[in-house]
Design a protein around this ligand. Sequence first.
Ligand code: AMP
Ligand code: ZN
Length: 141
Amino acid sequence: MDECIFCRIARGEARASVVARSSRAMAFMDIAPVAAGHVLIIPTAHVADIYELSDEDAAAVMQMAVRVARALWAAFAPAGLNLISSNGRAAGQDVFHFHLHLVPRVPGDGIRFRWPHSDRPDRDELDALAREIRSHLEIAS
Ligand code: AMP
Ligand code: ZN
């Protein structure tokens, strides 16, 4: 029943490279090579998709996304950022726990979203990236 991987991460039961945490929201590095450099921001409570988000969770998740965006900017000055939410299978959603993808962009990266440092970051690199972003957050968590 309780198989949701993002719920398990929110409860500290599954490994994640954590960028930020509050009572309502959490941010961590995406683990997939194809999504290298994405920071995922989730409500800590299970919400399947955007239609079910409470106003309070929406505010908490968006505030965390903005703070992480500022920290990414301070740490790496990417050429741009995308903030993405997929909702529903036909829209490309794979994990049915609402999440935002915060995607730093590099010049010339037209199709794939890539982290500037590596195409295939391993766990140590994800932890190092999370640590670097955390060190630039206005409010430590
Ligand atoms: P979406 O396809 O928009 O639903 O996004 C799901 C994202 O979650 C994908 O980019 C996956 O790589 C990512 N993901 C799945 N499991 C984990 C995990 N255990 N830790 C970090 N990211 C994950
Ligand atoms: Zn969940």
